[in-house]
Write a protein that binds this ligand. Structure first.
Ligand code: ASN
Length: 345
C-alpha cells in the first residue's frame, strides 16, 4: 500500500445522483465517473491529490432513507480497514449527513487518522456543481495526519462531525457548526487546520472502537420531541411510554424550560423511572441549556432529564442510540451522556 493512500466510501447522495423520470436517483459506476471528473482539474491540482481507492456500495441510497443500521455499516467498513489506509472519506447524501457523521464519531472513538464526511448539493455531472470541489477538499483534509477525528468537509469548511448541522436546503455553503468553531478551511486551494481546535489535542490514545449492534434496540428506540405551546401530556405519554422507546431527546424552550404542567412533568418522571434515557437541548440553535436557571426548568431536573448542554439534535440522538446499545448499566449511561466523549459537548 502507498503510505498516503486513502479509502473513499461512496454511500449515495446527490453527489453521485443521476436524473430519472422521477427526479434524481442514486447512480452507480461511481468510481469511473469520479475519476473522469477529477481528470478535469488543472494538472498541478491532479498531481498533488492524495492517492485513494474507492469502496462503492452496490446499493447507494438517498440519505433520507438512512437508519442506524447504515451508520453501523459505515463504521464497520472503516473499522475493518482501519489499518490499511491513512485516512477515510465518506461520500454521503446531505440530508442526514450530520447524523451519520455524529454516529461515526461515537463508534470510532480515539481515532488517530481522519474520517472526513462530505457530499454535495448538486450531482457530479450537473452544471455548476459543488461536487468536485467538495470531493477534492475532503481528500486533501483526509490526508492531513494532524486531523484525528470524524469531520465534515463542505464548501471549503471543515467542521467537527458531532457539531455539524445541515442549514440550507440549496446553498453550496449549506452546513454550520453552531456551537464550535471551524476545525479548518480551504485557503487558496490548500487545507488549513486551525491550531488547538482538533480532538487530537483533547483526547490522546489508541482507537477504541465501540461497535455495538444498533439493530437490537429495535425500531425507533429514541424519539425526538420538540415542545410546542399547548402540547398535551396525552401525546407525550403515547411517545415516551411506548414499550419500544428506550430514550428521548426533548427540545425545550430557551435555556432549558418547559411548561410547569404536572401531567407533562409526571410523564417525564414516569419514563425516567422506567429506565428510559431522557435528555434535553434547546430549540434555539445557538447556545447551551442551563436547566434550573428558571423555575420553569426545575421540573426537568426532578424528572431525571439530563442536560444536553449545547449539543446538536443530531449529536444528542445518535449519542442516546449509541449509549443505549452499549452493554453498560443505567448509571454509566447517564454519566457518559453528561461527559464529552468525542468533543460533542
Ligand atoms: N436527498 C439527498 C440526500 O441526502 C440530498 C443531497 O445529498 N444533497 O441523499
Amino acid at each position: 500500500m502507498d503510505e498516503a493512500e486513502l479509502l473513499v466510501i461512496y454511500s449515495g447522495g446527490t453527489l453521485g445522483m443521476l436524473p430519472s423520470d422521477n427526479g434524481l436517483v442514486p447512480g452507480g459506476d461511481f468510481e469511473s465517473r469520479l475519476r473522469v471528473a477529477l481528470a478535469t482539474l488543472p494538472p498541478a491540482r491532479q498531481a498533488s491529490l492524495p492517492p485513494f481507492e474507492i469502496l462503492e456500495y452496490p446499493d447507494p441510497i438517498d440519505s433520507s432513507a438512512a437508519t442506524p443500521t447504515d451508520w453501523q455499516r459505515l463504521a464497520g467498513d472503516i473499522a475493518k480497514r482501519y489499518n490499511d489506509y491513512s485516512g477515510f472519506v465518506v461520500l454521503h447524501g446531505t440530508d442526514t449527513l450530520a447524523w451519520s457523521a455524529a454516529s461515526l464519531a461515537y463508534q470510532l472513538q480515539g481515532i488517530d487518522k481522519a474520517v472526513v464526511v462530505s457530499g454535495a448539493q448538486r450531482p457530479l455531472e450537473a452544471d455548476n456543481s459543488d461536487a468536485l470541489a467538495n470531493v477534492e477538499a475532503a481528500l486533501r483534509f483526509a490526508a492531513q495526519p494532524a486531523l484525528q477525528e470524524v469531520a465534515v468537509c463542505f464548501s471549503g469548511k471543515l467542521t467537527r462531525g458531532t457539531r455539524t448541522r445541515k442549514w440550507d436546503t440549496h446553498a453550496f455553503d449549506g452546513f454550520v457548526s453552531p456551537n464550535y468553531p471551524l476545525l479548518g478551511e480551504m485557503v487558496d486551494g490548500s487545507p488549513v487546520l486551525y491550531p488547538s481546535r482538533g480532538l487530537q489535542v483533547q483526547q490522546r490514545g489508541l482507537p477504541r472502537f465501540e461497535m455495538a449492534d444498533y439493530a437490537v434496540l429495535g425500531d425507533s428506540p429514541v424519539v425526538r420531541v420538540a415542545l410546542w405551546p399547548g402540547m398535551s401530556s396525552r401525546l407525550l405519554n403515547a411517545w415516551l411510554l411506548d414499550d419500544g422507546v428506550h430514550g428521548a431527546l426533548l427540545e425545550v424552550w430557551g435555556s432549558g424550560n418547559v411548561a410547569e404542567d404536572p401531567a407533562i412533568l409526571g410523564t417525564l418522571a414516569q419514563a425516567s423511572g422506567e429506565g428510559k434515557l431522557l435528555a434535553a437541548i434547546s430549540q434555539c440553535p445557538y447556545g447551551p441549556v442551563s436547566i434550573g436557571t428558571y423555575a420553569a426548568g426545575c421540573g426537568l431536573i426532578d424528572a431525571g432529564v439530563l442536560s444536553g448542554d449545547a449539543m446538536t439534535p443530531e449529536a444528542a440522538i445518535t449519542k442516546l442510540v449509541h449509549l443505549l446499545a452499549q452493554p453498560i448499566g443505567e448509571a454509566d449511561r447517564r454519566q457518559r451522556f453528561l461527559a464529552s466523549l468525542v468533543g460533542e459537548r
